[in-house]
Design a protein around this ligand. Sequence first.
Ligand code: ADP
Ligand code: ZN
Length: 633
Amino acid sequence: MDVDDEAGRILREVFGYPQFRGEQREIIGHLTAGADALVLMPTGGGKSLCYQIPALVRRGMGVVVSPLIALMQDQVAALQEAGVRAAALNSAMSWPEVQETERQARAGELDLLYVAPERLLTERCLSLLDRCSLALFAIDEAHCVSQWGHDFRPEYLQLAVLAERYRSVPRIALTATADIATRKEMIERLRLHEPRVFIASFDRPNIRYRIAEKDNPRQQLLRFIRDEHAGESGIVYCLARASVEETADFLVRQGIDALPYHAGLDSGTREDNQRRFIRDDGLVMVATLAFGMGIDKPDVRFVVHLDLPKSVEGYYQETGRAGRDGLPADAWMVYGLQDVVQQRRMIDQSEASADYKRTATAKLDALLGLCETTQCRRVRLLDYFGEAAAPCANCDNCVERPEEWDGTVAAQKLLSCIARCESATGFSFGAQHIIDILRGKRTAKVEQFRHDRLSTFGIGADLEVAQWRALVRQLVMLRLIHIDTERYSVLRLTAACREVLRGERTIRLRRAIDRSTSRPGSRSVDRTRVTAAQAARVLLSEGSWGAADENTHTLLFQALRAWRLQVAREHGVPAYTVFHDSTLEEIARRRPGSTHELRAVSGVGAIKLERYGAGILEILAQSRLHSFGQPAD
Ligand code: ADP
Ligand code: ZN
């Protein structure tokens, strides 16, 4: 048997994909030949096939170690939908279920078995595996062995026993964590045997990165969702529990299906909300950073940050949850001066060591650099992970190059205003007050301190408040101003500002553009969520069939999604396990007329064709009736 052919056949027949992605073929070949591997691939890169296919090609059962019980069931359901003999063993199952699964494993009736690490390490489970024929071990989220990482799980360290006990069974460790120290730790601690290391590019070309000025964030968010993502699934990250609750409430009041998720909710509600988000179409999850690890929902169309993440790694990991299916997705963030102040304060006021604070500050600075850059965001992001790239044409800065302006004079005004206030009163002041003085506003505070008599009073009326705030933010980033978070967040000058005041240094700045409105090329058709019944009605009614191709496509896509949601509910599985959005998009675009043509669509495997082929072809037939068969009167 030619292994490559066999792997290719399974890819097409079982998973319904025409070709391998990236290094999948090499990884599969390597593992199938019986050797160990370490795979670093970004979220959505296609790690699962790297062990699922070898498990099917090799004799025996593949054992997948995965830390998240809540999500295991969905992975198993997705495989079963494709006709793979998969099962899980975990603490959420009843005793008879466990016994039945163990029996199947012993009888050689399983291709893949998913187990949580703590379960795998029990003597009961290990002796079960002793009696099974094993194809391989796959250790997912392998970075959990790293004691320095944020996902450390002590049980992962004990997985090293597999190396001894099952010497001849190949092992593959997989993660989306990129850094080099963790790479070494995984190999050592899991005792991988001379593993080949596969490192994929960390670029996620289908994600469009956009970072805008914060200005009434809730309205900005509402506009963003309504204009660009109506009826689609997305995640909105906020820093605090209270803002999670408020934002979710706000969206619901505006008619958007949204749910909250944070550590303060009881675990039942949390699980329910997570489950609904994964299973249903078009829910918005408003969450703290507690949400997201291991969520492999492929059709998350947007990830929003309403507050600054803590680091570029964090930003990359969180935004990486968008668009795993490869279709266009948005990573959209708004941020402002207040965010910078807040993050600085959190660092300054933490009890951590000076060393930690220095690292945290450096990480925050790198993130602010990403926010303020006028260059391609992707180039900047990948550079952070040591990867070179060319400008991407798919980030806000590439789509519309932001203007730079010479901010030297404005910076001088701002800096000298801070200096004058201080020398006149002996106190420092916050950004708002300094900006009021510059713009010549006679507030109570200005009058109290007689700051209207300063020579800098009113010298900055030419710039808007928002522009001044942006300037403060950027000067903080350039370390020309220090925000003293211990004392009411007052602004202080740093030694470096002298060069600017003396005119020895020019300051070039990013001009604020309001990008919160619709992006160029955004979909013109409203994709409001429809139920199956509504979709059918749309199909049967006059509508705009054939009026414009884009319209027809969208209507058909909606109808297919509505059909899928209903099927998924009937089967009790997440919608995406029936078909991915990318598959439905392709069906809507190609409009296959026969089973044979349908089979050629990426994501339609043999079993799915058998199960769903007729249903889909019927929807397509109806649509044809209405697009072409209308009486011409
Ligand atoms: P990861 O675990 O790396 O985050 P997954 O294994 O969940 O990624 O794969 C991400 C998505 O890409 C899934 O929806 C998967 O079905 C799809 N996919 C993987 N490999 C291919 C391929 N060769 N062709 C088309 N789609 C693929
Ligand atoms: Zn770019």
